[in-house]
Design a protein around this ligand. Structure first.
Ligand code: SF4
Length: 409
């Protein structure tokens, strides 16, 4: 990120902080925090049990549940499902496959877009911020979970859209939004496959919850085939738990208590309106599949998996506000992402994501609605990674100097 982008991001974060702070002191939100913290902790403790429950409940609800040990397996399952749909759907031209996609950290973790593009498909990001980043040349990493393009000014965005779409729009939000919407809708009219993440998964109910403001997820989930990719830590017992998590995430991500839409999916589209005979495939997806991803999560410490993805830790993080999204791993931004990187990709990924950039100030922990002890995790990881041989060269020199001469210099 350049200085101009960092400056724009800081302005957006300042405003966001002002919206979130009063809300975070409301008794209702404090109660919700308590409830969700318990849900997250208990669910991580009982993850294996929830997984077994989900296998049964999703089957009963006619949703195909797959388990992927790692990112490669998740990509293979994803591609197989898509290829099966292409082979069985006469409306799809195999040379022109459009995939409707909505925002998902897990899809980014497995590099789904790049992988499907390498397999000849066109990925259409439907979230406005994601679509802007998709059309942006060069670095197109997000800077916040719900405001991925928060580092771009309206002028930057107008330049991106004008250049990529051959337009001459003024730097005004509405015409930009309308131009992107028309373009995305026109591409999606040729799409029969939607891929997304989810905010939380109800193991007992065989359902998952997705929140959004734009209405885009409703489009993605209505394609003939809807595939959801999510980490195993998203499993919680019930739909009520999912809704609580989604509400708290919304509060700490946006400063609002609700989003425009909260979609609960517990099966493919169906009707029994004619003589109570079950008919599949009315308006929504004909087939729904959920790919649950491990990718190192089973080995992770519990605290690294409590996160509900609100992004409030990065908004106040002094390091993130200075260096931006290079501080974090993939879409898992900031200190918590660095801790998670150890389990998803190993010690080196954690060090490269900024393990030694953290000031250990603990502001992230103070601001986390589910009390993720990020600074503690970072401190412990520094200890274990350097014991495993991943100390930085500068630190090794200091250590060697002390060993040789008793002085760090
Ligand atoms: S670690 Fe906490 S504050 Fe940071 S994104 Fe996760 S839930 Fe939000």
């Amino acid at each position: 990120m350049n200085e101009h982008e960092l400056e724009s991001m800081r302005k957006v974060f300042n405003n966001l902080r002002k919206n979130i702070e009063p809300l975070s002191e409301s008794p209702k939100i404090l109660k919700l925090r308590e409830r969700v913290t318990k849900i997250r902790k208990d669910s991580i403790d009982n993850n294996e049990e929830l997984l077994q429950t989900a296998r049964q409940s999703f089957k009963e609800n006619d949703i195909d549940l797959f388990y992927a040990e790692d990112d490669k397996q998740a990509r293979d399952i994803l591609l197989n499902l898509i290829n099966e749909e292409i082979a069985s759907n006469d409306n799809i031209n195999p040379d022109e496959v459009f995939i409707a996609k909505s925002k998902s950290n897990t899809l980014r973790e497995i590099n789904a877009s790049e992988f499907l593009e390498e397999n000849g498909m066109v990925i259409v990001d439907t979230d406005l911020g994601d679509r802007i980043l998709q059309l942006k040349k060069g670095d197109n990493s997000p800077v916040h979970p719900t405001g991925p393009a928060s580092h771009l000014t309206v002028q930057d965005i107008a330049d991106i859209i004008n250049e990529s779409m051959g337009l001459d729009l003024p730097a005004v939000p509405r015409p930009i939004m309308e131009a992107v919407r028309e373009d995305v809708l026109s591409l999606l009219s040729k799409s029969y496959i939607g891929i997304s993440g989810t905010n939380a998964i109800a193991a007992e109910d065989g359902a998952f919850v997705m929140v959004h403001n734009e209405g885009n997820i409703s489009i993605v989930q209505s394609k003939k085939l809807h595939i959801v990719v999510a980490g195993i830590e998203k499993l919680v017992p019930t739909i009520e738990d999912c809704v609580s998590i989604a509400k708290l995430e919304t509060a700490y991500a946006t400063g609002k208590t609700t989003t425009s839409y909260m979609n609960i999916v517990s099966g493919p589209s169906k009707t029994a309106d004619i003589e109570k005979k079950l008919l599949k495939n009315m308006y929504g997806a004909e087939k729904v599949a959920l790919i649950l991803l491990d990718n190192g999560r089973k080995e992770a410490i519990d605290e690294a998996l409590w996160c509900i993805g609100c992004g409030n830790c990065i908004v106040s993080c002094p390091v993130y506000n200075i260096v931006g999204n290079t501080y974090g791993y993939s879409s898992y931004l900031g200190g918590r992402g660095i801790a998670l990187a150890k389990y998803l990709k190993g010690d080196e990924a954690s060090v490269d994501s900024g393990l030694y950039m953290c000031t250990l100030c603990g502001i992230c922990t103070e601001n986390c609605p589910v009390a993720t002890p990020t600074n503690e995790m970072i401190e412990n990881l520094r200890d274990t990674t350097q014991k495993d041989g991943f100390a930085r060269e500068e630190h090794k020199k200091i250590r060697d100097n002390i060993n040789e001469s008793g002085s760090p210099y």
